[in-house]
Write a protein that binds this ligand. Structure first.
Ligand SMILES: NC(=O)c1ccc[n+]([C@@H]2O[C@H](COP(=O)([O-])OP(=O)(O)OC[C@H]3O[C@@H](n4cnc5c(N)ncnc54)[C@H](OP(=O)(O)O)[C@@H]3O)[C@@H](O)[C@H]2O)c1
Length: 318
């Protein structure tokens, strides 16, 4: 049976821009009660205003999820506002690009805190409430890079693999008490993430194609709340995983070449910490202004990844 979104109390972290913002807006349009969190207060207020205009109730709670004590406050504020929490979306995240040697150790640590430990802390704080009610859903936003990995992405990818592993173990622990755990694996999505990126590569970053519209990812999250799924694997992520499982060495070579050719602009850029330590004023919309790849191109890439690559590998192995 589909979960009703009308009146559902949903907490969304990282809702001041991108996927979190768009998800909050879609849920508000369906009459959900939202508690939204991120560091930037003005964008958060703006999202809250738009949510109310769409018919949802919304409480913004400025929160830095790397400060784990602030997560307890967020849980308390959510329960005080609406009496309960039905769904908790761990979406706040930072993107880090740099080789292992280029990326500062404290940035590895910070990425682990924001992208992974914050979700652990939120789970520990919310789970007693879910257990008491024998109901609740965690939606954890991982990434295609939580299934495979690539050069320059050790820090980011490690956090997203950690979130996947954590979610899978948690799911086994809470299955019998009516609590669901879903993991979402988006691939390149048109959001401000790439403006916010901490970049130590010396080259300007852009999302690699195909790029998915932020609305598609937000809609997939909303669909998952209505009918929880174990995994929500978006677009070419499916092909990446299959390719990686079938031919890991070939996958590594293809991914390295794709990174060099597709993930950078031909422009040098000095090292930047992006929004790792402090939020950036720019990039407060849902979209990042990147041209979403057309459906035919996405279909072609997905078909190539799902069908042609395993066939080629099979032929090479024969
Ligand atoms: N865009 C993609 O291609 C893509 C692909 C796969 C997975 N994802 C994942 O999707 C999630 C959302 O990213 P996005 O693409 O929507 O990028 P985004 O626009 O940069 O959104 C990231 C959100 O996280 C918040 N955030 C960052 N650090 C925080 C902190 N310390 N405390 C609280 N909030 C914090 C940001 O708000 P403040 O700066 O205001 O705090 C912002 O609201 C991330 O987990 C990302 O890893 C994105």
């Amino acid at each position: 049976m589909k979960r009703k979104l009308q009146g559902l109390c949903v907490v969304v972290t990282g809702a001041s821009s991108g996927i979190g913002r768009e998800t909050a807006l879609l849920l508000a349009g369906k009459g959900a009660k939202l508690v939204i969190a991120a560091r930037r207060e003005d964008p958060l207020e703006e999202v809250a205003r738009l949510c109310r205009e769409r018919g949802g109730e919304c409480k913004p709670v400025p929160t830095d999820v790397s400060n784990l004590a602030e997560i307890d406050t967020l849980v308390r504020e959510a329960i005080a506002a609406f009496g309960r929490i039905d769904v908790w979306i761990n979406n706040a995240g930072i993107y880090v690009m740099g080789t292992v040697e280029q990326t500062p150790l404290d940035v590895f640590e910070r990425a682990m805190k924001v992208n992974f430990l914050a979700a652990v802390a939120a789970t520990k704080a919310v789970l007693p409430h879910f257990r008491q009610r024998n109901a609740g859903l965690f939606v954890n936003i991982s990434s295609a890079l939580g299934k495979v990995t690539a050069p320059y992405l050790a820090a980011y990818s490690a956090t997203k693999h950690a979130l996947k592993a954590f979610s899978e173990a948690l799911r086994d622990e809470v299955r019998d008490v009516g609590v669901d755990v879903s993991v979402v694996y988006p691939t390149s999505t048109d959001t401000p993430l790439f403006e916010h990126t901490a970049n130590y590569t010396g080259k300007e970053v852009k999302p690699s194609e195909p790029i998915y519209p932020v609305r598609d990812v937000a809609q997939a999250i909303v669909d998952c709340i209505e009918s929880p799924k174990r995994d929500v694997v978006i677009g070419v992520t499916k092909g990446f995983s299959a390719f990686h499982t079938l031919a890991p060495s070939l996958f590594d070579r293809v991914m390295s070449s794709k990174m060099e050719k597709k993930h950078f602009k031909p422009k040098p850029q000095g090292a930047t910490d992006g929004n790792v330590w402090t939020p950036m004023s720019r990039g407060a919309g849902s979209s990042g202004g990147w041209p979403a790849s057309n459906p035919a191109r996405k279909l072609a890439v997905a078909a190539l990844a799902l069908v042609a690559i395993p066939l080629v590998i099979g032929a090479l192995r024969a």
